[in-house]
Write a protein that binds this ligand. Structure first.
Ligand SMILES: [Zn+2]
Length: 699
């Protein structure tokens, strides 16, 4: 069982360090008084410290700072907007930790591991600044294994200030937006929590999808098909021209049903289709796959992945299982590639080996010695710890995620799956029906991992020119609006739009949920009315902040700071120049929340208005002057300047609950409670929403 959070403490040291709350192992008081070990490694987490200490043994003392130790002040702004001088302070509560670290490192060689990203580099920079250590004291690795750690301590490097600056710029931009906009937001919407830079762009994406769904007008169409020899052939052509399914009208359907009595098989088209193995996981794809296959929210995935990376207690000792989990690189190190190839050869055979991966690894060895992209994909640190073996070492959830990572990685190094695709064309007069099936003739990577659970269907031995008597069938269908986002599909969209980075996807979603701007129902993300109101305000007053293009551009500029192509202060200053204009206007111009709604007043025939008062959002009838509370379980869409309430309906599918375990996407689509827009009426019919109808005191 994994008990990563429980770190054994040396009793004696626990007494010594009680005040400092520092994890310290394997060092006796005697050693300390003699000067003890010469080299000290400071890491952020106790679990990581334990794994590294186990690897390096007696020459090193490994201590943990337990997360960040220095940041912008909690009670002041901390940024001089002219000079961009930053006023950092020790995070309250961390003073004693810092004192302890200072004591333990004085006169010793200090090594600071930096995860392969900006945040890790910044933490190392804060520490080295506080401790006053200079020179080559940064060590880097993407996995906490004996090979990687021993290699890392042999090759320390200097701090990469470009990386640190990119992180400082991000911190300052977020600080400016949060600190400047939030008070304005509170002035207008008392129960708004705050505004964040990247979350605001994500909120807008979610609100826009809801609006799109609301505006969506379903289109009726007909599915027309024939059943022949176990095949389902759909109408695909009329008069020699392809017809889109949604273009099949009732007229066409009726005509087919009336006229088509027999069809002739005119063509069988057979072609080979190769399904290529997926790339190994990066942060975003891991989050999506764990959501759809395991039903894990992204925050849970990241928490477990971090524990697997840092190391967990197992019956065979404290061990790390995977490489660093925040990455957008699919690169695989030569060592890992070789290990995977050996594993595949031994367990599956040569035909299962990805030919291109062999070529790639040979190429890779030629370029050895050259500086390479330091980042790597998310993969097992040892492919020989198979999911079966890991089952005995890990608890259920850790094992599930590890199994997914292991399978995806092995699959990425395997050969393509090969399918034969059979298309059967049946003709009757001007109509052509087509049936298509795929038969798998070689499983390849699908031996260990599936992308889409495609069934393999046996092809049918049919003869061209054969006539068949048929009874065409048809069913009415209608187009459906785009789905609401799930956590998985939102991460995919954020990545596609270039908003956020591997380290921020989980935080973005969590922040929107924590602030009550978005709620999660049946795994889908639904904007609340408060979320819509906040988004409306930001759209009106700070259009850049919620603009996905602008946010993506900022991310690119931060990348350029990291690559040394831009100065971080210039990036922040040019942002401030535009931002200040919006800020001045927002400060000086009156802004009121006053939306029309489609909710009918309970006391007269008028419609309520949505307003904001001392206690938050409420409904007001301008006709009879009564007020009603707006209940939190009411959902709606703000479109134009009007709030349209959505009605919750029970849907027919009863099996939504069962599906949710296997597939987030499928449960999102078949959940048994859905919100529908009210039928737009011509004005005479009015309905009041039940959920908004409880009486509230007048404000
Ligand atoms: Zn009224």
């Amino acid at each position: 069982m994994a008990k990563s959070k429980v770190v054994e403490k040396d009793k004696k040291n626990e007494l010594d360090n009680q005040s400092a709350d520092i994890e310290l192992k394997g060092q006796s008081k005697n050693e300390e008084s003699k000067g003890g070990k010469k080299k000290v490694i400071i890491v952020e987490s106790p679990a990581k410290a334990k794994t590294i200490e186990r690897i390096l043994g007696n020459d090193y003392q490994v201590i943990s700072s337990k997360g960040h130790i220095r940041d912008l002040p909690q009670k002041q702004f901390g940024v001089d907007l002219n000079s961009l001088k930053l006023d950092f302070e020790i995070i309250p509560g961390k003073e004693s930790v810092v004192e302890q670290i200072k004591k333990m490192t004085s006169g010793k060689e200090v090594l600071l591991p930096s995860d392969q990203d900006r945040e890790g580099e910044a933490i190392a920079w804060h520490l080295s600044t506080i401790l006053g250590v200079k020179g080559k004291n940064i060590i880097t690795f993407t996995e906490i294994t004996e090979r990687a750690i021993k290699e890392a301590v042999k090759n320390p490097r200097e701090i990469d200030m470009n990386k640190v600056n990119a992180q400082l710029a991000r911190r300052v931009l977020d600080r400016i937006v949060g600190y400047m906009i939030s008070p304005l937001l509170w002035r207008i919407i008392k129960d708004a929590r705050s505004a964040g830079r990247v979350q605001s762009a994500a909120l807008k994406i979610i609100c826009e999808r809801e609006r799109e769904r609301y505006r969506f007008v379903p289109q009726k169409y007909f599915k027309v098909w024939i059943d022949i020899a176990g095949l389902k052939a759909y109408l695909t052509k009329v008069d020699g021209k392809k017809i889109k399914p949604t273009d099949i009208t009732e007229e066409i359907s009726k005509d087919v049903l009336q006229k088509v009595k027999s069809v002739r098989l005119v063509d069988i088209d057979v072609k080979e289709v190769r399904k290529n193995p997926p790339a190994p996981f990066i942060t975003s794809t891991l989050q999506q796959d764990a959501a759809s296959k395991l039903g894990f929210p992204v925050s849970k995935t990241m928490k477990i992945a971090q524990e697997l990376y840092e190391g967990v207690d197992t019956k065979e000792g404290h061990t790390a299982f995977i490489t660093y989990m925040r990455t957008d690189s699919t690169r695989v190190s030569d060592v890992a590639k070789e290990a995977a190839e050996k594993f595949i050869l031994k367990n599956f055979g040569r035909e299962y080996l990805n030919e291109s991966s062999e070529v790639a690894s040979k190429k890779g060895s030629k370029t050895k010695g050259k500086v390479q992209d330091a980042h790597e994909c998310i993969r097992p640190v040892d492919v020989n710890i198979t999911p079966e073996k890991a089952k005995e070492l890990l608890d259920k959830d850790h094992h599930k995620l590890y199994e997914l990572i292991w399978k995806r990685f092995i699959a990425s190094q395997m050969s393509s799956a090969i399918y034969k695709q059979y298309s059967y064309d049946f003709e009757s007069g001007k109509y052509v029906f087509e049936a298509s099936i795929r038969e798998r003739i070689f499983d390849g990577f699908e031996k260990v991992y599936t992308i889409d659970n495609e069934p393999s269907e046996k092809h049918k031995e049919l003869k061209v020119d054969q006539e068949y008597l048929v009874e065409p069938k048809s069913a009415e269908a209608q187009t459906t609006p785009p789905d609401r986002y799930t956590e998985a599909s939102l991460v995919k969209t954020l990545e596609m739009e270039g908003i956020g980075r591997p380290s921020t996807y989980a935080t973005i979603i969590q922040t929107l949920l924590d602030r009550g701007y978005v709620v999660k129902k049946r795994k889908t993300l639904i904007p609340t009315i408060l979320g819509f109101v906040v988004n409306h305000y930001l759209e009106q007053r700070f259009p850049d902040i919620v603009d996905k293009g602008f946010t993506a551009e900022m991310e690119k500029e931060l990348d350029e700071v990291e690559n040394g192509k831009k100065d971080w202060k210039e990036v922040v200053k040019s942002f401030l120049k535009e931002f200040n204009k919006d800020l001045e206007r927002a400060k000086n111009e009156f802004f009121a929340i006053d939306f029309d709604t489609d909710i009918t007043c309970e006391d007269c025939s008028g419609n309520y208005k949505l307003k904001v008062g001392k206690y938050g959002l409420y409904l007001h009838c301008p006709n009879c002057k009564t007020n009603k509370a707006l209940k939190s379980d009411v959902f709606g869409v703000i479109d134009g300047n009007k709030l349209y309430v959505l009605e919750e309906q029970e849907s027919q599918e009863e099996n939504g609950e069962k599906n949710s375990v296997q597939s987030e996407e499928s449960s999102a689509n078949s959940g048994n409670r859905k919100f529908y827009r009210k039928r737009r009426t011509s004005g005479s019919k009015k309905s009041s929403t039940k959920s908004a109808s409880s009486k509230a005191k007048k404000k």
